[in-house]
Ligand binder design. Structure first.
Ligand SMILES: NC(=O)c1ccc[n+]([C@@H]2O[C@H](COP(=O)([O-])OP(=O)(O)OC[C@H]3O[C@@H](n4cnc5c(N)ncnc54)[C@H](OP(=O)(O)O)[C@@H]3O)[C@@H](O)[C@H]2O)c1
Length: 303
């Protein structure tokens, strides 16, 4: 089957592309870079696009593909959130999504599914409230962005099945948030962030890749699905588990005020707030996780 991944050169997309190609699919990655300067991999090709809300020549690749997967967007944690950076975070997602939904609607042979990125930030900061896909959205910047991103993706729903992946904190040794958490622990000064009571809706990268791959053919996977493990833990529990995995203490809390000085609004949105999100839809539809225990997941990732 032919599968398109927009933003497939990134942390999650490249892992997904590799797994799908290994399973025998032909993967086309839409990239803003030159398509010829990309690393060569069997069954993976690159097509250049300009995700500006319009459809260019790249749009022809969408016709006849079985799935279009949308992971494009400016990195959330790369820079401090100035007003201009927030606009960039929004535009990069909303315009890329509009380009894709328009291409899907115009395709001569419509893809069977559009799988579009979202994030658990949809729920905002929710303390220890249990969150399912039916829970109401939050009201902060990331929640508004996720809500608008999902609504934009849903424009394709009258043409094809639309599944919205509300991704949690993806655990991997080399990418995502975990590598940034390791240095304080390795230097024996690790510990919880702020109060440590905020929930971390983690997921092992392999389970994220398996879940998105499963969504391609799971007919019931439509609308929002939380891509989070069935066992979210508090930040304090996560820090203890990380200390155990690294055989280091987890004693020294990083005070919230210091994180706010260093990172501004991002500290509250990404580190000091949390979501106790559960993958109710995927579990009800029969998806099973390989990693539902944080110690097992960290032992595997850090092995
Ligand atoms: N990683 C996580 O733990 C996590 C958690 C929740 C949600 N998510 C969401 O899942 C998606 C994929 O995550 P990721 O970690 O794989 O992200 P990533 O590594 O930053 O990759 C995103 C890709 O999007 C493209 N991109 C970057 N800036 C862009 C812009 N201004 N306009 C359009 N495209 C742009 C890039 O591809 P080209 O340079 O090739 O165009 C990049 O490879 C993101 O939207 C992210 O917000 C990730």
């Amino acid at each position: 089957m032919r599968i398109i991944i927009a933003g497939g050169s990134g942390f999650l997309g490249s892992a997904l592309a590799r797994a799908l190609a290994t399973d025998g699919h032909d993967v086309t990655i839409l990239t803003r870079q030159s398509s010829t300067s990309q690393p060569s991999q069997p069954r993976v090709s690159f097509v250049s696009w300009a995700p500006d809300g319009s459809v260019g020549p790249w749009g022809q690749t969408v016709s006849g593909a079985i799935a279009v997967i949308n992971l494009a967007g400016e990195s959330i944690a790369a820079k401090r959130w100035s007003a201009a950076q927030k606009q960039k975070l929004r535009n990069s997602r909303l315009l890329a999504t509009r380009s894709l939904t328009t291409a899907i609607r115009q395709a001569a042979a419509t893809p069977a599914v559009f799988i579009s990125g979202s994030a658990v930030g949809y729920y905002g900061d929710r303390g220890n409230e249990t969150l399912t896909e039916a829970s109401a959205p939050g009201t902060d910047f990331l929640a508004d962005l996720a809500k608008d991103w999902e609504e934009s993706a849903s424009d394709a729903a009258h043409a094809t099945r639309v599944a919205l992946v509300r991704t949690g904190i993806v655990l991997d040794r080399k990418g995502g948030a975990l590598p940034k958490m390791l240095p304080p622990f390795q230097m024996f000064v690790g510990g919880p962030l702020g109060s440590g009571t905020q929930y971390m809706p983690w997921i092992h990268k392999d389970d994220w890749v398996r879940m998105v791959s499963w969504m391609i053919t799971a007919e019931g996977a439509r609308g929002a699905l939380n891509a989070t493990s069935p066992s979210p833990v508090t930040n304090a529990e996560f820090s203890k588990a990380l200390g155990r995995a690294l055989k280091r203490p987890s004693l020294l809390p990083a005070p919230g005020f210091a994180l706010r000085i260093a990172l501004g609004e991002m500290a509250d949105a990404l580190l000091l707030s949390g979501q106790r999100a559960l993958p109710v839809r995927a579990t009800d539809l029969g998806f099973s996780f390989r990693y539902s225990n944080i110690d097992d997941a960290l032992a595997n990732v850090l092995a």
